[in-house]
Design a binder for this molecule. Structure first.
Ligand SMILES: NC(=O)c1ccc[n+]([C@@H]2O[C@H](COP(=O)([O-])OP(=O)(O)OC[C@H]3O[C@@H](n4cnc5c(N)ncnc54)[C@H](OP(=O)(O)O)[C@@H]3O)[C@@H](O)[C@H]2O)c1
Length: 271
């Protein structure tokens, strides 16, 4: 893959991408590597981490982002391997506990916040102390278009992602001018996490979107890598919506929102 981002300062830089073995995280890691960055990927499946790291000529650390020790290990490994850490992409997330909030188990709720909100903060703290406080850097958090409104059965996910959106703005203010902190909010993207939403009736879901199709991981990766690069050097605290027009669909067509029908009818497998 050729990249036009190389000239925007990613060549020779070092990046961590959590959840970098598949889906959006994998596409981001590939684009960063293609732009000349060294990449450290994480995920729970150790075999997938090893395979991805080898394919991208990078390094990998397996573990759960909900574990603070793992997040220390990630930053230590990246800095040891690359001698620097310029970019952090907080991508790993959970969409559990799924269902009405009145049924939400307290442990599962806490686990969702540990993975979706606390882990991004801990990882940025570690990166700040190890490299970014002195040398600067850039953080991109992956939120969701769905955090902008209520939706069926996704209360824990939406609430935690709305918290991540606020965390993004707060960190952007606190860490400027050395470190830029932004987020990307995807609409529905063709990945494992969202398979239960797009697979049953993809044509119907796509027809309801102004741009006529669901997203591909690379649609999101291009936005993430642009925000991480020096091309976005005067942007911090921003949320970039990459949703095929989902947010503006009511001005485009009178169709009902098929995504909410899917969320009512199907549930994700527990991971
Ligand atoms: N797909 C969409 O429609 C959509 C829409 C809006 C926002 N997003 C957001 O986009 C991001 C990526 O999602 P995706 O759709 O690309 O998901 P995906 O294809 O299921 O990939 C998730 C990645 O994260 C890893 N992961 C999951 N839980 C983890 C944990 N606790 N600790 C460490 N790694 C973990 C997975 O590997 P292991 O299973 O091996 O850990 C995998 O590498 C998430 O933040 C998600 O909320 C997705």
């Amino acid at each position: 893959m050729t990249s036009s981002y190389a000239q925007d300062g990613l060549e020779g830089r070092a990046a961590v991408v959590t959840g970098g073995t598949r889906g959006i995280g994998r596409a981001v890691a590939e684009r960063l590597a293609a732009a000349g960055a060294r990449v450290c990927v994480t995920a729970r499946d150790a075999q997938e981490v090893r395979r991805t790291a080898a394919e991208l000529d990078g390094v990998g650390v397996s573990g759960d982002v909900g574990d603070p020790d793992h997040l220390r290990d990630v930053v230590d490994t990246a800095v040891r391997a690359f001698g620097r850490l310029d970019v952090v992409v907080n991508n790993a997330a959970t969409n559990q506990p799924y269902g009405p909030l009145m049924d939400a188990d307290p442990e599962a709720w806490r686990a969702a916040f540990a993975v979706n909100v606390e882990a991004p903060l801990r990882l940025v703290q570690n990166a700040w102390r190890a490299w970014m406080r002195e040398h600067g850097g850039s953080v991109v958090n992956i939120c969701t278009e769905g955090a902008g409104h209520a939706g069926p059965n996704v209360g824990a996910y939406g609430t935690s992602k709305a918290a991540l959106l606020h965390l993004t703005r707060q960190l952007a203010g606190e860490l400027a001018p050395r470190v830029r902190v932004n987020s990307v909010s995807p609409g529905l993207v063709r990945t494992e996490m969202a398979r239960f939403v797009w697979e049953p009736e993809e044509a119907r879901v796509a027809a309801g979107l102004p741009l006529g199709r669901i997203g591909e991981p690379d649609d999101i990766a291009r936005a993430v890598v642009w925000l991480a690069s020096d091309a976005a050097e005067w942007i911090t605290g921003a949320d970039l919506l990459v949703d095929g027009g989902t947010r503006v669909r009511t001005a485009h067509s009178a169709r009902e929102y098929a995504v909410h029908d899917m969320l009512r009818s199907y549930a994700p497998p527990r991971s």
